[in-house]
Design a protein around this ligand. Sequence first.
Ligand code: SMG
Ligand code: MG
Length: 377
Amino acid sequence: MMKIEQIELFHIRIPLVAPFETSFGVTRERESILARVMCDGVVGWGECVADAAPGYSYETVTTAWHVISEYLIPALFADPPAEPRQIPQRFARVRGHNMAKATLEAAFWDIAAQQVGKSLRDYIGADRYTMRDRVVVGVSIGIQPTTERLVERVVNFRDIGYTRIKIKIKPGRDLDDVRAVRAAIPGVPLMVDANSAYTLSDANLFRQMEDLDLLMIEQPLGPDDIYEHSKLQRQLKTPICLDESIHSVADARFAIEIGACRIINIKQGRVGGLTNAIAVHDVCAENGIPVWCGGMLETGIGRALNVALAALPNFRLPGDLSASNRYYNPDLIDPPFEFNADGTLTVPTGHGLGVQLVTERLDRVTLRRETYKNERL
Ligand code: SMG
Ligand code: MG
């Protein structure tokens, strides 16, 4: 049994180096929750991917705090897991709230890996998978005030060496933007992410993108839709990638079976933690569906987890995992994640997450902090 001594939650707010605009809104400062779990004297960290507002998902920092503190922590104190893979079952009596669940599970993976003296990458890989040392990363560029500004930013990131560019689109800022970007970077892998801003009646718009050689179109239709995506995918040669719609292994199986997508974006927070994320990875691998690691503007804590996850073999496409300096200056960790000249991030080799949180930086961005002690010990 993992002997859980205490769990601390930190509500943080940290400014982004540049505003990030999607079809559902603008983020200037990232709000999040960090969980610090202590088991047998070993400390593990998890980061919540829910945002302050329910734009990407219904979960928010406030709902996640509520669910973690009132339900998930008590569930773990009452019935501590022997290993992190048992955690989804411990949380089964809470419906939904995957991002809240993933926050705590992450910290337990960090602890379990440290307890056996392994990096999280090697702990995930165990004897089952051949894990990568470096992961190929892309950059996700938000909607810009003008098309000219967008092209400028895209070219700038291409020049830094990012080998895959993703741009956000929304109605009114789609075809012209994508055409201008394609013209500026011919031959560079390019994709678009609509964050559910369209309906099936916009199929013609996506058909007009067919000759722009896009790597994929991410989440064009509703956040809970799978069926209509299958109708759209049938009309397109360009692969559809699902993000918002996939919350579980069952969703992934369904989407694959009805042909709703040819690629899946995996975010461990959206599927309720690393255990489920690995299971979605496996189902996709069995079905020949490549996956890539999505991003939620994580600090170095969440990024370290993502980078370890993306070392799995079926993460065959560049992830939304850019270097720390693309998000925060400074990041909460030191050293930060640096961009390698070959377009990759290096997977940390230290025990657990393998990154060092800077306490003074965390203190500076913390709005609220609460400690939950395990009285049952
Ligand atoms: O972390 O680089 C990142 C952001 C990647 O575009 C990104 N994320 O739908 O994939 C997505 C969005 C969701 C986050 S919007 C705040
Ligand atoms: Mg997306």
